[in-house]
Design a binder for this molecule. Sequence first.
Ligand SMILES: Cc1cc2nc3c(=O)[nH]c(=O)nc-3n(C[C@H](O)[C@H](O)[C@H](O)COP(=O)(O)OP(=O)(O)OC[C@H]3O[C@@H](n4cnc5c(N)ncnc54)[C@H](O)[C@@H]3O)c2cc1C
Length: 554
Amino acid sequence: MTDVQETEVLILGGGINGCGVFRDLCVQGVSCLLLERNDFCAGASAASSRLMHGGLKYLETGEFRLVRESAEERNRLLRNAPHYVSPLPSLVPVRSRFGGLWAAAARFVGADAKMNDRGGLILGLGLILYDLYGRRFRAMPRHRMLGRKRLDALVAGLSGEIIGAGLYYEGQISHAERLGLELLLDGEEMHPRSRALNHAEIQRVEGGVISFMQGGSVHRVKPKVIVNAGGAWIDEVNDVLGIPSRLMGGSKGAHLVVENPKLLKALNGHMIYFGTADGRVNLLYPFMGRVLIGSTDHRIEHPDDAICSDEEAEYLCAVVGEIFPGIPVTPSQIRHRFSGVRPLPRADGDIGMVTRDHSIVELELGSGTPVLCLIGGKWTTFRGFSEQAADRLLDLLGKRRVRKTDEMQIGGGRDYPRGDARETWIGERAENCSLTPARIGALLSRYGTRLDRILPQLRGGETPLVHLPGYSREELEWLCRNERVVTLADLLQRRTAIAISGDLTPEVACEVAEIPARVFEWDAARKRAEIDALSLSSAGEPMTSEKEASRHSG
Ligand SMILES: Cc1cc2nc3c(=O)[nH]c(=O)nc-3n(C[C@H](O)[C@H](O)[C@H](O)COP(=O)(O)OP(=O)(O)OC[C@H]3O[C@@H](n4cnc5c(N)ncnc54)[C@H](O)[C@@H]3O)c2cc1C
């Protein structure tokens, strides 16, 4: 066992909210240690619909503060993380002119009313408000209402029942998990005594000293303040801390990535955000050359039980038929499925109506150490929520904020070249290495300007993977050595987009596994266990969540 290490703040949980608080505190010169039981951004933060959005549907529940904050944070992310966050033209189909008026009024006053039709009038009003809330730091065009003819010119094959649509803009994030990691790496660079550790499990608490296991040994830390950023696991974390709580309720949501070229072509670069016949809201949009479909919304008792069931997958395939009746989507087209639990505050009633806003609950260890629990929050709003939490932590530590984070660029988004500057940036790098401009461009989109750190490893040339030539052995080896990779899943699911894009087949998994096996000197049994933990079907689709798989394999 090691000596007791002192730190000002201990953050438990490395989802986007834990990562955001870590970065903000490092910027203020506060020492912190972040412990993540699994990998960074492996919980809800890996399971979102990947929209950086203002939350159009929260207008219906009257959550105007949340809509304003989300829209502003979306606009900031488009500037601060331009390597991963980009505009997504979005359409809400309309089936009537006046539909949804009563249901909207009922939902606005908190009544439990299903909305399966948002008519043109209600949608138009909503989008005017949405534009208003998103006007600060505006980064994208205002909305337009389209009649059927203009809609057909954008998206072909829509159901004959659709009479028009509202066209507006959201943000979409490609590499959400990488952006979380970049926040941590930025934080560590700004405050070299702060550290974020993944695959670190807390064991017990005694007199304000927390013991945790990482890399096979036990460590001890004595923080002045603790942040519980455990997301849907906040109550479990509090149990381990010896302060039982019942703060969280959870809503499971699942997504599919499907291979359907006809659907991809029909979407023509747009998201369709639509109310379903059963009163839910679903979405589909082009994602890394395939189509992402989501999401379900089911109350769940324990977050570890979240898997995308066959029933949910069939539902998500079928629901596309309400929009594109002539384009069948079948389970055989699924290339990836994922699910996670929205960390919502405990509440009764319709889970879809529970607030998506964030709040902080303050508890205390027996020793008197304050524990701040970060409840709820969207991926989109992580920066604002982190700022709120960091301000309270600074109060508790008797310190003052030295710098805001609202204009701080993140990781590979720093000095990201746009427009004509992109070609110049690529050309300058191409002169000094053997990579083609096209390859440098692809890597720039994948890693942003962080690519400058990777290029020295690639200068001598690359060996493309046999089963996935868009990735090279040298590139993946660099990630293993420099980006806190511990497991094969870390590499396939979070440092790269291999899994989420639907490119993960059993052959790819076996070929990629050779790389960490060599870097970390895994024996054959460990390598096999890492592949088995992915629990892939013969089509490459994960059949259970990674957590489930690890439980099954003991
Ligand atoms: C289906 C779905 C769709 C969504 N869509 C969107 C969207 O499009 N846009 C948007 O903005 N938001 C979306 N969200 C919401 C967003 O993803 C979450 O609100 C956000 O990711 C929560 O982040 P978090 O850090 O609080 O939780 P998490 O990401 O779950 O992080 C909590 C972390 O705590 C760790 N942990 C648990 N126990 C311990 C322990 N004992 N010690 C250490 N660590 C521990 C977990 O492993 C986990 O990594 C969606 C969520 C879901 C589930």
